[in-house]
Design a protein around this ligand. Sequence first.
Ligand SMILES: [Zn+2]
Length: 149
Amino acid sequence: MTESVAELNRHEKLRAILAERKATLLAELRKSMEEQRTENSSMSFELAQDDGDKSVEDHERHVQASVQSIKSEELDIIDLALEKLAAGTYGICQECGCEIPLKRLEIQPCAAYCINCQEDIDQLNKRDRLGVQDNQSRLDTTYDYLPDE
Ligand SMILES: [Zn+2]
């Protein structure tokens, strides 16, 4: 009985975390698009600008566009997380199947692993990279010992 209440609490909290993140992203995206629109309309008044200013503006617009695409990508991820939450598969570690702590999801709503598994995976990745280097240097050493003749 108490467990299902805790489950419900967790579900509600996860939903709140995702909803809040989504609202923030939407607001930021809207603001960024509005800024761009304001810029575009003021642009027509400044057509006589020299090229130096124009390239800075182009750069700024480019940065803004990539910020927007990052944000809409993140929105997609949040939507996916909300779907997973509805299906009951959100916030579950993909490695060990345990529940990812709320604190971790608050910071990283898209985390797919619990902290322990994430650390293991990071370690493995690091070891893999080192392993490749080890093999490489061992090969080099073998060549060093090859006789010249
Ligand atoms: Zn795990």
